[in-house]
Ligand binder design. Sequence first.
Ligand SMILES: [Fe+2]
Length: 294
Amino acid sequence: MPIEIKPLTPCIGARLTGIDVRRLLTSDEVRAIDAAMDRHAVLVLPDQDITDEQQLAFTRNFGELEEGANSTVRNSELRLAPAFADVSNLDRDGSKLARDHKRRMSSLGNRLWHSDASFRAVPAQYSILSGRIVPERGPNTEFADMRAAYDALDARTKAEIEDLVCEHSLIYSRGQLGFTEFLPDERVAMRPVRQRLVRTHPNTHAKSLFLGSHIGAIVGWPRPEAMAFIRDLMEHATQPEFVYVHKWTQGDLVMWDNRTTMHRVRRFDDLNVVRDVRRTTVRGDGPTAAQDAA
Ligand SMILES: [Fe+2]
């Protein structure tokens, strides 16, 4: 079956058919997906009824897996293998997370715009999200094109931000929601990391904004001025013209390039309705900025 790619908006997102994720991909197929990712940044592969093993094998086509993606969950509490980020609302016994469950509190941070693992010195490349049980009434996942957002800035702003470096941490994003319950060892693991505000894509050489709710500082700037500016940039970058809204159908496999996009999930009735979505992540190929020597 030939690969077919249909754009979903003028700038971001495409629907890709003609690939069966359950079997081994040829190198031509992997190259075609990479090329489509470079162009569209978000790909939707419908009707992919896959197992965890098939999802892992598919993910490995694109690079090294990011392990330990469940940043705030201990291994003994995991429902899925550690290579998965469990984005469901289920605990390890398969029942829905209670309203005040710590994992639920923490995962509410996914409702804020972010790029996966930007709080790690080596941030994520691709995220691959499999919709195993998808509620009929949402939630949607929204994706913002950070290349289009960068391109739309005026020349003065582009020059001003070219070499800025931000500090990212889960403590900042969770803190925005008032979630501050971290254990001492979690706080150490969540030390802020530095990321360039403007990234250049290694294949396309397109520049993009590297933003997200994990940002809590701009190096060298007074904090309130930094956060007011980041808020302006986030508002600019998430205008509807830069956004693709994905309405999930069960069996969708959605993959996105975290280097050129931000995303967020919307609110849904998670106390009463099961949503089982499982993410694998391809590790990025290096840091975007030198880390603080301290
Ligand atoms: Fe995410």
